[in-house]
Design a protein around this ligand. Structure first.
Ligand SMILES: NC(=O)c1ccc[n+]([C@@H]2O[C@H](COP(=O)([O-])OP(=O)(O)OC[C@H]3O[C@@H](n4cnc5c(N)ncnc54)[C@H](O)[C@@H]3O)[C@@H](O)[C@H]2O)c1
Length: 370
């Protein structure tokens, strides 16, 4: 039997020597090739584990036991999971402890939930303690493990308590997502000459200094653990100039460099750090704020024909936190539907081309014999 790896996922079907008889089957729903280690002949196990560990798109998943058998945790270099009665799922963050700041809403909430789905025990930190509690309760009600801690990341004492509580409750720290930003200040964050300096100070105190405070505490606990992973939530606005949001953009650009410094200084200690720079991501907050005209305006400059959603960003964050990204550090990764990937005149050029196409369609229908 030749094993089929979904081309949409893989794009390199056939390259990973998946020609092992009676070993793989393909899941109908998502095209993932699943292999049950219990039924793999002993002499082929190493090859199977190697193929799974090297598949760049995680299109091969290994389960330790056949459906119906008691779960057995297998060991070895491949990605292995046991059957949990909910289908064969690979949990990429199993056994890890993670903190997500600003996890009461929006992108942070999606990250915390996605991390819990991947097996992490998650501390949900937010300045709004009630929203943190709601998010943690939601995770627990879906068989995950979570703890809510009301935290203002701009407050050094709060940050210390956050990490102490995490270590006391879950025994240490492996993963940190610095997602919280003072988004409530952005409406007052104007062009340089119109900018209220309090807005500048408070924005940098939360976004930049608050992230630094969390990194410093987080690194201490990760060093004790022998390594860890940090993801800092930046923004496309930290990579391009704008007519307003001066303080926000400066804070995000500085967060990018903070991420590179951290990666450089603690890579030797097996701590990875990357920044994620989202474009337009439709959270509840933004949906309430952006009118249709503004959405259309922003969408004209994206390459993909839909807005981003919090789960798009959460998927990238989970990837970066997982061993699938074990050799990625010190990067700023855009997730923006192509917002920053094209020539600045793209939207106008595109419209001209669309108009030309429409004009020539009208012309040819006018000259066509009836
Ligand atoms: N939504 C987007 O389009 C977008 C685009 C680029 C970058 N981002 C970044 O993503 C992150 C999340 O944005 P979002 O759109 O989900 O925001 P959001 O407003 O939906 O959620 C932010 C959360 O952070 C919390 N928070 C605010 N200040 C805090 C503080 N001092 N300490 C702890 N928690 C605090 C809020 O209570 C809220 O729950 C931010 O860092 C933002 O800069 C968002």
């Amino acid at each position: 039997m030749r094993v089929i790896v979904d081309e949409n996922l893989c794009g390199t079907t056939g390259q990973c020597v998946l020609t092992l008889p009676s070993v793989f089957h393909q899941r109908e729903a998502d095209g993932i090739a699943v292999v049950c280690l219990a039924t793999v002949p002993e002499e082929l196990r190493e090859a199977v584990l190697l193929a799974a560990s090297q598949c760049p798109v995680a299109a091969i998943r290994i389960v330790a036991t056949a459906p119906g058998e008691p779960a057995v945790q297998a060991t070895g270099p491949g990605r292995v999971t046991s059957n949990d009665g909910m289908g064969e799922t690979m949990r990429r963050l199993e056994g890890k402890v993670g903190v997500v700041t600003g996890a009461g809403a929006g992108i942070g909430k999606a990250c915390a939930e996605a991390m819990a789905r991947e097996g992490a025990r998650v501390v949900v930190a937010d300045i709004d303690a009630a929203s943190a509690a709601a998010c943690a309760a939601h995770i627990c009600s879906h068989s995950g493990e979570a703890l809510a801690v009301g935290t203002d990341i701009a407050d050094e004492g709060d940050v210390a308590v956050l990490f102490e509580t995490t270590a006391r409750h879950f025994g240490g720290l492996d993963l940190l997502v610095n997602n919280a930003s003072a988004m409530q200040l952005t409406p007052r964050d104007r062009a340089i000459l119109d900018l209220d300096l309090t807005v500048w100070d408070q924005t940098l105190a939360t976004n930049l200094r608050g992230t630094l405070l969390c990194c410093r505490r987080g690194i201490e606990y990760m060093l004790a653990r022998g390594g860890g992973v940090i993801v800092n939530m930046s923004s496309c606005q930290g990579l391009s100039g704008d007519t307003a949001q001066t303080a926000y953009a400066a804070s995000k650009a500085a967060m990018n460099m903070l991420s590179l410094s951290l990666a450089t200084q603690y890579g030797h200690a097996a701590i990875r750090c990357n920044a994620v720079a989202p474009g337009l991501v439709m959270t509840e907050r933004l949906a309430a704020k952006l009118d249709d005209a503004m959405q259309r305006h922003l969408m004209r400059h994206q390459l993909l024909p839909r807005v981003g959603c919090p789960n798009d960003v959460a998927a990238l964050v989970v990837f970066l936190l997982s061993d699938d990204a074990a050799f990625i550090t010190g990067q700023v990764i855009c997730i923006d539907g192509g917002m920053l990937a094209h020539v600045p005149t793209y939207a106008d050029g595109g419209n001209v081309r669309r108009k030309q196409a429409a004009d020539s369609a009208v012309e040819s229908s006018a000259t066509r014999p009836v």
